[in-house]
Design a protein. Structure first.
Length: 255
């Protein structure tokens, strides 16, 4: 009968087991570090893309704020001129100026800012990727200031303008405006803006009370507009600070 002998297998020593363990450990560790590095590179790339987009948004805001403040200044001047016209009683002798100011002191526009990137970052969770704590805080402060104080004042401004417009409709005759085209295409400052033809431009004594009420509405609008302008100046400062900080932190250049 043939006898089969099992081959002799040499048992591994502690050194071999340790080397195998070490190789596996190093492979797992290197894989972990490689994945972590890949995630960090991806996060850094995402951060830079978002920051560049934020910077463009804020740059657009800067131009919009400047434009808005100029409109506000024109509005304030118009309101004050109309108040002087009513307070002095000169509106009785300068009806064209009255109608001109009644038109130009309406049409308040709210501030429209570029918040697309900010909202996307907040909703996606990538806002936390911004490495600068100061930039994150200032972005939140900037957006809260707009959606809080600025929006509240705009709401009050629109309500005051609505009151002014309703009262002016009772006092003034809209047929003195030459055409719908002059309203749509903003021709109110043209020399032929106002046409009286054979219509009477005198105001009855009974309208004096309405003019006094209109003056009060104009005064309210003027106060709100001046306060709004002050807040826009604050917003301009917040905008400039953010642009300067982001530009320095991320070494960006103006486009």
């Amino acid at each position: 009968m043939e006898v089969h002998h099992h081959p002799h297998v040499e048992k591994k020593g502690f050194k071999e087991y340790f080397l195998e363990f070490l190789m596996i450990f190093l492979a797992v560790t290197m894989g972990f570090f490689a994945e972590n590095m890949r995630e960090n590179i991806s996060a850094s790339k995402k951060e830079n893309i978002d920051i560049n987009s934020l910077f463009r948004n804020l740059t657009t805001d800067s131009a919009t704020i400047t434009y808005q403040m100029q409109r506000n200044e024109d509005e304030i001047n118009g309101l004050e001129s109309m108040m002087v016209l009513i307070r002095s009683g000169k509106y009785k002798y300068e009806p064209e100026m009255l109608y001109r100011l009644a038109y130009t002191t309406r049409g308040f526009q709210v501030f429209v800012y570029s918040n697309i990137t900010y909202d996307e970052m907040k909703s996606s969770g990538s806002f936390s990727l911004i490495r600068s704590h100061d930039i994150r805080n200032n972005l939140v402060k900037y957006n809260n200031f707009i959606n809080g104080g600025i929006r509240n004042l705009e709401s009050r401004m629109l309500e005051a303008e609505k009151n002014q417009a309703n009262l002016q409709s009772d006092i003034l005759d809209d047929s003195f405006y030459p055409s719908v085209d002059s309203i749509i295409n903003h021709h109110a400052l043209r020399s032929d803006f106002y046409t009286k033809e054979n219509k009477s431009t005198s105001f009855s004594p009974g309208k004096q009370v309405q003019f006094s009420k209109l003056y009060n509405f104009l005064f309210e609008s003027n106060v709100l507009m001046n306060y709004y302008q002050m807040n826009m100046q604050i917003l301009k400062g917040l905008n400039e600070q953010l642009l300067a900080t982001i530009k320095k932190e991320y070494h960006l250049k103006n486009e």
